[in-house]
Design a protein around this ligand. Structure first.
Ligand SMILES: *[C@@H]1O[C@H](CO)[C@@H](O)[C@H](O)[C@H]1NC(C)=O
Ligand SMILES: [Ca+2]
Length: 332
């Protein structure tokens, strides 16, 4: 009798496991990578009551049957959605199915951000999350705060790595501190929009699928990115004077193939997030430094002037001597 009970509950457990895996990996073509259920947000979201297994949410975040709404299309909202299980996977790919839409035709904002960060559930000014964060942010910025001339359009996707010392500067749309970025027209489109963040062997690659082509398009790829293990995944969004609806349909984390030599792998649990390569600021033209620039110019002008004077004097002396010789010859 006991054996029967154990057997059947185990069967149900395995059947459920199979079912989850099927639902999760259905659309995946790379069978070597597998999904980590504990970092996954998939339909149906709700567990018992208003909770989502493995996820916490605060602020304006609202859970429905078909999406998790981080912010409605109303002013001054912040919505946070954070995974409650730290990620021990070293190489991973996070795929987020999202939707940004609203009534605004020309004015809308502010956008959303996808996080792999040390601290979770702390509201703040960086698209709903705290500033001076530790970890990685992939920012989907829909509103251009910068007043000066632009090198890029919005919506704009960018990546930022922070060890807690950097401030996200909205006035420059974060271009000071970004690793790289790209334009992506993901807002108010009728089709599905996806973003993939791949972190493999210290290479961070962000791709989008927002053009209804069912294919990933590379947005940015940066090597030399060091992220610790044990951080949390999260998604946050914010509205200000301008607003938009920011929805999350699904979040899926895939563990990627282990590196060839796992024995040489260093322990990443204690390192500080860092990036070797930063993009030079895009739309921030350095203010000219008149003193030092004209100083160099004056120095060069004086140098050229002095050389010209010396040359003239030398030529003049030579000419004079030649003339004197000629005069002397003429006299004799
Ligand atoms: C944090 O990053 C800044 C600049 O990116 C660097 O100057 C500083 O040394 C870093 N601090 C730590 C503890 O890694
Ligand atoms: Ca902005």
């Amino acid at each position: 009798m006991m054996d029967m009970v154990t057997f059947s509950s185990r069967t149900i457990f395995y059947f459920m496991l199979l079912l989850f895996n099927c639902v999760c990996t259905k659309a995946e073509w790379n069978t070597k990578d597998y999904m980590k259920r504990e970092h996954c947000l998939i339909k149906p979201y709700q567990g018992a009551g208003m909770t989502i297994p493995y996820w916490d949410f605060i602020g304006s975040t609202m859970v429905t049957n078909n999406y998790v709404r981080l912010t409605p299309d109303d002013q001054s909202k912040r919505g946070l959605l954070w995974n409650s299980v730290p990620c021990s996977v070293r190489n991973w790919e996070l795929q987020v199915h999202f939707k940004v839409h609203g009534k605004g035709k020309d004015l809308y904002g502010d956008g959303l951000a996808i996080w792999y960060a040390k601290d979770r559930m702390i509201p703040g000014d960086v698209f709903g999350n705290q500033d001076f964060f530790q970890g990685l942010a992939v920012i989907l910025d829909t509103y251009s705060n910068h007043n000066g001339p632009h090198n890029h359009q919005h919506p704009y996707v960018s990546a930022m790595v922070n060890n807690g010392s950097l401030h996200y500067d909205h006035d420059r749309d974060g271009t000071h501190t970004q690793l790289a970025g790209c334009e992506a027209k993901f807002r108010n489109v009728a089709h599905d929009t996806h973003i993939a963040i791949r972190y493999e062997n210290d290479v961070l690659t962000v791709s989008t699928d927002v053009e209804n082509k069912a294919a990933w398009k590379e947005c940015l790829s940066v090597k030399g990115v060091r992220l610790p293990t044990g951080y949390y995944f999260g998604v946050t969004a914010a509205t200000g004077d301008l607003s938009d609806t920011h929805d999350i349909m699904s979040i899926k984390l895939y563990e990627l193939d282990m590196p060839e030599n796992p024995k040489e792998e260093e322990d990443r649990s204690q390192i500080s997030p860092s990036a070797t390569f930063f993009e030079p600021p895009r739309d921030h033209v350095e203010d000219p430094k008149p003193s030092s620039l004209s100083g160099i110019k004056i120095f060069l002008l004086m140098l050229v002037g002095t050389l010209a004077v010396i040359a003239c004097v030398v030529i003049g002396i030579m000419f004079y001597q030649k003339h004197q010789e000629n005069s002397r010859k003429r006299f004799y």
